[in-house]
Design a protein around this ligand. Structure first.
Ligand SMILES: Nc1ncnc2c1ncn2[C@@H]1O[C@H](COP(=O)(O)OP(=O)(O)OP(=O)(O)O)[C@@H](O)[C@H]1O
Ligand SMILES: [Mg+2]
Length: 409
């Protein structure tokens, strides 16, 4: 509205003689005022000027609004990015601290790992079941510069043969019955990142041939397609079989074996790093106590000694399962005692403690121990004399003679 502004103090101070202004609206709110001042003459602005200003004001409020939105967007984006970085860091440190091991065997492995992470070379992880191959494979990715790209894991053993290839390389719609759509293979999905081929020893020979070609040429061709796509994928493979033996027995392609074995990492069995057992057991105890909301105090010394002397054929996984069971088993507030520990692990208890030979001559006491050992060994082998004799390092005839002497047949 037009009004006589001659008297307004601030305008007078600024020596403004004419002024018009229009509010900048956005929706129902005024976000500012667009104002034009003149110091030369009074009553300079006319109705027409107001119309022009109104049009200008409309455009201006839009622009203002956009600028504000944009600013907010920037702030949000920055925040999201910070959050993302934080999560990635946390993820990294968790994974880093997630591999427990201070033994020299593990130190050697970590050394090797550090050397290889920032190269592109293929890593082959060999080790018995449950030694932590998958954990190491994920470290190869998460410690590398590719960490912000995908770590894609696949397991040949878990998949029917005809699906493996379409899983790895993708397929074209109509390539086979059931292929109702184009499907991207894991090689394409993992582009820029890492592809983990678990249980590579179980991969069928025809698939091995195709994998070799992809590794040699750096390009994949989906099943049923005649177009290839370049991919940049770091391969990490794992096996609990002895691949060299698989090669010599014709179950694994020699050329692929050498292609994969550029940088072999051997994860040592737990029995070769017994000093890590208390660390690992403590780590799993803390974890499962928390997860199950229990209050187990820890391990008694004897219980820990048992865990440390057992041979752990199932390696870290077997230890983890045992600790998990113990956390459930032990009453709140108690420590893990020898009696809580699984029978198969307790078998390694000091032989003399278990047999408790009655006092007598040396010969009598040794005989008691010998009888006990024979008895246990036979039981371990389901009474199979040949296997028992082999384990005890004697001939079958020798074993027979002993058993007969002790009246054990
Ligand atoms: N050094 C370690 N520190 C902490 N946890 C470990 C360690 N090694 C293995 N584990 C745990 O033990 C379990 C088995 O490990 P993983 O699955 O990596 O073994 P694997 O070698 O792949 O076994 P498999 O050959 O049977 O597939 C997992 O729960 C893993 O988190
Ligand atoms: Mg595994």
């Amino acid at each position: 509205a037009k009004r006589d502004v001659g008297e307004t103090a601030s305008l007078m101070a600024a020596q403004i003689l004419s002024t018009i202004g229009v509010p900048l609206w956005f929706g129902d709110t005024i976000i500012g005022v667009l104002q034009v001042d003149n110091r030369a003459a009074k009553g300079l602005f006319k109705e027409r000027d107001l119309d022009i200003l109104a049009v200008l004001a409309q455009t201006t409020s839009q622009a203002f609004h956009h600028a504000r939105l944009y600013q907010r967007l920037e702030v949000t984006e920055e925040q999201a990015q910070r959050e993302n970085e934080y999560l990635k860091e946390r993820d990294k440190s968790q994974r880093f601290s997630g591999i427990i091991g201070e033994s020299s065997a593990m130190a050697k492995l970590f050394d090797q790992l550090k050397k290889v992470v920032d190269t592109r070379v293929t890593v082959l992880i060999e080790g018995e079941t449950g030694t932590g191959k998958e954990l190491i494979a994920s470290a190869v990715h998460h410690w590398s510069k590719r960490a912000d790209k995908l770590f894609v894991a696949t397991n040949s053993a878990a998949m029917p043969e005809n699906l493996i290839e379409s899983e790895l390389f993708g397929h074209k719609k109509g390539a086979f019955t059931g292929a109702t759509d184009d499907k991207a293979g894991l090689f394409v999905i993992a582009d820029g990142g890492t592809l983990f081929l678990d249980e590579i020893g179980e991969m069928p020979l025809p698939t091995q041939a195709k994998l070799l070609r992809v590794l040699q040429e750096g390009e994949v061709r989906p099943v049923g397609s005649n177009q290839v796509k370049q991919v940049d994928v770091r391969i990490v493979a794992a096996t609990n079989r002895e691949l060299e033996k698989e090669v010599s027995e014709g179950r694994f392609r020699e050329d692929l074996y050498y292609r994969l074995k550029v940088f072999p990492l051997r994860v040592p069995p737990l029995r070769e790093r017994r000093e890590d057992i208390p660390l690992l057991a403590g780590y799993f105890l803390t974890r499962y106590v928390q997860e199950f909301g229990r209050e187990v105090g820890g391990f008694s010394q004897q219980a820990m000694e048992l865990l440390q002397s057992y041979k752990w054929p199932g390696n870290v996984r077997e230890l983890e399962n045992e600790v998990q069971r113990l956390v459930i088993q032990v009453d709140d507030g108690d420590f893990v005692q020898v009696d809580h520990v699984s029978a198969r692990i307790r078998q390694v208890e000091n032989v003399l403690d278990r047999v408790k030979p009655k006092k007598g001559t040396l010969k009598e006491m040794v005989e008691q121990v010998e009888k006990w050992i024979l008895h246990e060994a036979l039981r371990d082998h389901g009474n199979n004399k040949t296997a028992t004799a082999k384990t005890l390092g004697m001939t079958r005839e020798g074993l027979h003679k002993k058993l007969k002497n002790y009246g054990m047949t």
